[in-house]
Design a protein around this ligand. Structure first.
Ligand SMILES: [Fe+2]
Length: 179
């Protein structure tokens, strides 16, 4: 099954939510693939980057975020692990990890516990270069304005809510992938 077939399965209607998901996910995929092209020395798996970027937000429909037409019951922050559960059930365990490891610059088990987040208590930070690049690329695109790429400064401001470690991680990635 192609990643777009999995989207079709969970977002069957050509409605506002599907349009948001698809335009956001393709914007993230384009940016992640552009980064991969800049770094042949990293020997990245571009097919995986494409597929996992397309699927990374598959869990959003289960959350409650009416401003982006999500009418589920879970807090929005849960969309990563909810998507992960979906892709594990679809037999895509490596794509599932991208889902659960893309919130902020990744959430550590300690951070989840300290902040009492409604998430499984496990480390959910990107590990492989492909996971890191998708998480990084995702930070440049909101879902409310998926066509508009954010500046790095805007991303830093948005990440501040996760603490300075998160902003520092973004800066580290910026150096690795775009400087
Ligand atoms: Fe995303």
């Amino acid at each position: 099954m192609m990643p777009t077939d999995i989207i079709d399965k969970y977002y069957p209607k050509n409605d506002d939510l599907r349009k948001i998901l698809v335009s956001h996910s393709f914007a993230v995929a384009d940016k992640a693939l552009a980064i991969a092209r800049l770094h042949p020395e990293m020997q990245l798996d571009s097919l995986f980057i494409y597929e996992a970027a397309i699927l990374h937000d598959i869990g959003i429909f289960k959350t409650n975020a009416p401003e982006i037409y999500c009418f589920g019951t879970f807090p929005y922050i849960c969309h990563g692990y909810l998507g992960s559960d979906i892709l594990k059930a679809e037999n895509r365990p490596s794509h599932a990890l991208v889902c659960e490891r893309h919130t902020g610059t990744g959430l550590s088990k300690a951070y989840i516990m300290e902040n009492n987040l409604p998430l499984p208590q496990r480390d959910m930070a990107p590990v492989s270069l492909e996971e890191q690049i998708i998480c990084f690329a995702d930070k440049f695109f909101s879902k409310t304005h998926p066509g508009k790429e954010k500046t790095a400064d805007k991303v830093r401001k948005n990440l501040a809510k996760y603490g300075t470690d998160s902003v520092n991680k973004f800066d580290e990635w910026y150096e690795m992938f775009l400087a």
